[in-house]
Design a binder for this molecule. Structure first.
Ligand SMILES: [Zn+2]
Length: 151
């Protein structure tokens, strides 16, 4: 297996414990772009244990604290690409921590919401976009129903 997160080069490995690793992204979207990965080679969120999920959250704490100290960013975007349709290319689950700096983008508004962006979307007004992406009453109802079943 040739997984870059199971076998990262030592110069990108920042931290490691029993459950997670924190790595420097080799194709950074911004200065200080880090990745938090479970130590186990797991592709899907559903395959993580609850201990691993908690460890990932703890990893966020650590990464943010240290990035703030070292690079003094003004904000962060956090995100995961789960599944090929969402842009996941490495089949080892990873959480992106992308530090943001004032002025690094002319239009920062929307942040991770801009993960779904194509030329057509660019030409729509914000209002048109919201309308296009809004769920139907039936879909919303179905979602609420499913949540009620769980909790
Ligand atoms: Zn792996």
């Amino acid at each position: 297996m040739n997984c870059p997160f199971c076998f990262p080069s030592l110069d990108v490995l920042l931290y490691e414990n029993d459950l997670i690793k924190i790595l420097i992204d080799s194709y950074p979207a911004n200065r200080g772009h880090l990745l938090i990965v479970p130590k186990r080679h797991v592709e899907k969120w559903e395959d993580l244990t609850s201990e691993e999920k908690q460890a990932l959250m703890k990893g966020i704490d650590l990464a943010i604290e240290i990035l703030k100290k070292v690079l003094k960013p003004d904000g962060f975007n956090l995100g995961m690409n789960l599944g090929e349709a969402a842009g996941q290319t490495v089949r080892h689950l990873h959480l992106h921590i992308i530090p943001r700096y004032k002025g690094d983008s002319n239009f920062p508004r929307g942040g991770v919401r801009k993960a779904v962006l194509d030329i057509e979307d660019e030409n729509l007004s914000l209002k048109e976009k919201w309308i296009k992406n809004r769920l139907s009453k039936e879909e919303m109802h179905k979602l609420k129903e499913e949540f009620t079943k769980i909790f």
